[in-house]
Design a protein around this ligand. Structure first.
Ligand code: ARG
Length: 667
């Protein structure tokens, strides 16, 4: 067991004699944390204050009575009450050394497996195929992969499932495009050569991707033409409303204007948002208007939006030709994304995809209806839940099923077939409402045992603080992003290692480039948006993969120079020595590796592992500055220091590995 868990268990015992063991005691125990400053010991318990409030007693007295009861003699050398009632705990050196010795000699670095393994399904990446993966997919892919790896390592049963969007409107779009545009006159024109049969044969996925884009452009054009008037009208109204407010505004700002100022600001943002919406539409119209070939195509397909929906519906209903085309397209789409997963080193146990569940949807809807959880409203089958203003539609008026219906069927499948105890959905924050509703509907349905979690995340932003786009305003292609990260890292690797062979330089560049990209994402609090920057993510200093990889390679260099026999070192019974304080500090950090993994899993936050690895590495360099390995005062001290070096390297390697990031022997 790791120190924190052990300490919590001991405090739980102590608390049991002071308060009723209710929920509050779990809350109280969660207030025991590792300290960031050695002044306060290694761990600090802050719960005496809230507990004192509850008991109506002075906090220091409460702290004293807990300290009197808690049995920590074998783990802590010091238990002190400080300030208003903090309990500061200092681990016993002998205990730290025994944990450290265990980690040094152990393949798992001393991290125990969980007592009770649970079955987790992790649903991540899950792109809508038929269109190229873009920057938005990086987050789900790397966060999901890291969580799956950590869960597995601590001993849970994990099934990873890539819930591919392989059944949506995007297929209606390429089917429509294929039927109407392939081999058409347009194919004679150079920019549209992808519409030539021969081109398709040679580059199927290139054709499908562009076909998707072309149909998207035409659909957007027609929607924009239809909407622009209403959008303009609304903009006028909002502007007028703003003007009315502004006219009310007295000159000079007084305190009681606050409310008005707030209203004015809100109205201004509404005007701005509406203006941007209009601008976006105008751009979409202008692009097509400016291109005579496109314009002619748009004019020839005025009903394309509806037609695409009909193609999608026909596909779902089993139309032979559409199924045939879908069966032809899908393998290309899958192949295309596999290339990216391969470069990212990401694999899945299953890739069932939405299409897999299609035949189960009718049954789901029927069951909801039969059990009275859903009823028809305006022809659509809806699940009404008191806590939501709008119902969740599970079957449309025309009989089509929805994204939510598929998720319900998927959950049923995962619970019944895989016996999942928990399902994690690593999906961006905009789908928050969707998952809330689906999860609540599932409870209604009676599957209330499993833990369903939306592991949500924010947006990747560009320099301007807006969602990361290319200069021309398109979404950033994921493959281009990987290429760029690798190219930059290879250039750096060549400069740093001019003597290495090209192949080695390129290998370094790939590990650093992809690692940097992943880490830049994983090291952010997942709920926040973050600004994408190649420079920052490949920086040698700071909380980056490059810094950790470089540190790992440095330690390997030290071990090589000392001609250390690692197997012998790890199995040697020689003592661990804390000659300097920093050796102890590093040792305590090292034995906390398992705790950092527990922390990751509390709220599914990989950035906590990044923080841990960064702090560990910083502590290592303090140690390395102050403690010579070569000129140590004795063989015992030297060996002890070598063990600290080796374990640091192994912890960085394992930690990065759990984040899906590789290390290098030399950089
Ligand atoms: N394909 C969806 C999208 O791109 C994400 C799917 C997430 N997983 C799920 N079970 N809904 O938005």
């Amino acid at each position: 067991m790791n120190a924190l868990t052990e300490i919590k268990t001991r405090f739980a015992d102590a608390l049991a004699s002071i308060i009723e063991p209710d929920h509050a005691s779990a809350d109280l125990l969660s207030m025991i944390k590792a300290t960031s400053d050695g002044k306060f010991g290694d761990y600090q318990a802050n719960f005496a204050m809230p507990l004192a409030k509850k008991l109506g007693k002075p906090p220091r007295d409460v702290a004293a009575s807990i300290v009197e009861k808690v049995q920590l003699d074998d783990i802590c050398q010091k238990v002190e009450i400080a300030g208003p009632g903090f309990i500061n705990l200092t681990l016993d050196d002998a205990w730290v050394k025994s944990r450290l010795a265990n980690a040094v000699s152990n393949d798992r670095l001393g991290v125990p497996k969980v007592g009770q393994a649970r079955k987790f399904v992790v649903d991540y990446s899950s792109p809508n195929v038929a269109k190229p993966m873009h920057v938005g997919h990086i987050r789900s892919t790397v966060i999901g992969d890291a969580l799956a790896r950590v869960l597995k390592f601590v001993g849970h049963d994990v099934i990873t499932d890539n819930h591919l969007g392989d059944w949506g409107t995007q297929f209606g779009m390429i089917i429509y495009g294929y039927k109407h545009f392939m081999g058409s006159d347009l194919a004679d024109s150079e920019p549209y050569k992808f519409l030539r049969e021969a081109y398709y044969k040679q580059f199927p996925i290139g054709t499908l991707g562009r076909l998707y884009k072309l149909v998207r452009q035409l659909m957007d054009y027609h929607s924009a033409v239809r909407e622009i008037e209403a959008v303009d009208k609304k903009l006028m109204e909002l502007k007028q409303a703003l003007q009315v407010l502004e006219e009310k505004k007295p000159t000079g700002v007084k305190a009681d204007d606050k409310q008005l100022k707030k209203l004015i600001n809100a109205a201004r943002s509404r005007v701005e948002a509406q203006r941007q919406l209009g601008e976006g539409l105008i751009k979409k119209i202008a692009v097509v208007d400016a291109n005579s070939e496109l314009k002619a195509l748009a004019d020839a397909h005025p009903d394309i939006n509806r037609a695409v929906l009909l193609e999608t519906a026909a596909l779902h209903e089993g139309d032979q030709e559409n199924r045939k085309l879908w069966n032809e397209f899908l393998p290309h789409c899958r192949e295309d994304i596999q290339r990216i997963y391969q470069r990212l080193g990401v694999t899945f146990d299953y890739e069932l995809g939405e299409s897999f569940f299609h035949d189960m949807l009718g049954e789901v809807a029927d069951e909801f209806e039969a059990k009275g959880f859903a009823r028809t409203s305006d022809g659509a089958l809806c699940v009404f839940m008191d806590q939501y203003e709008t119902p969740m539609i599970i079957r449309k008026q025309d009989g089509a099923f929805l994204y939510a219906t598929t998720d319900l069927a998927t959950i049923k499948y995962r619970l019944n077939e895989w016996q999942a105890d928990a399902i994690l959905y690593v999906v961006d924050h905009r789908q928050h409402q969707h998952f809330e509703k689906v999860f609540d509907a599932v409870k209604l349905w009676g599957y209330d045992e499993a833990e369903l979690v939306h592991v949500s995340f924010g947006t990747v932003l560009g320099d301007d603080g807006k969602p990361f786009k290319t200069r021309s305003g398109d979404t950033v292609n994921l493959e281009t992003l990987l290429d760029e990260a690798e190219t930059r890292a290879i250039a750096i690797a060549k400069e740093a290692n001019p003597d290495l062979e090209t192949q080695q330089q390129e290998n370094i560049g790939r590990v650093v480039g992809i690692g940097g990209l992943k880490y830049a994402d994983l090291s952010q609090h997942r709920a926040s948006d973050y600004k994408f920057s190649y420079e920052k993510m490949l920086a040698m200093k700071g909380n980056t993969a490059t810094y950790l990889q470089y540190s790992y390679a440095r330690v390997q260099g030290i071990l090589r120079r000392m001609e250390t026999d690692l197997d012998e070192l790890r199995s040697s019974a020689g003592p661990l020595v804390f000659e300097e304080d920093v050796e102890r500090t590093l040792a305590v950090k090292l034995v906390r590796f398992g705790e950092s993994l527990d922390e990751v899993l509390v709220e599914y936050k990989p950035n906590l592992l990044c923080n841990y690895l960064f702090e560990l590495t910083q502590t290592f360099f303090q140690f390395y500055d102050q403690c010579s390995v070569k000129d140590a005062s004795s063989d015992d001290v030297r060996n002890s220091r070598l063990k600290l070096c080796d374990l640091t390297a192994r912890t960085i390697e394992k930690g990065l590995g759990l984040l899906g990031i590789g290390v290098l022997q030399q950089m």
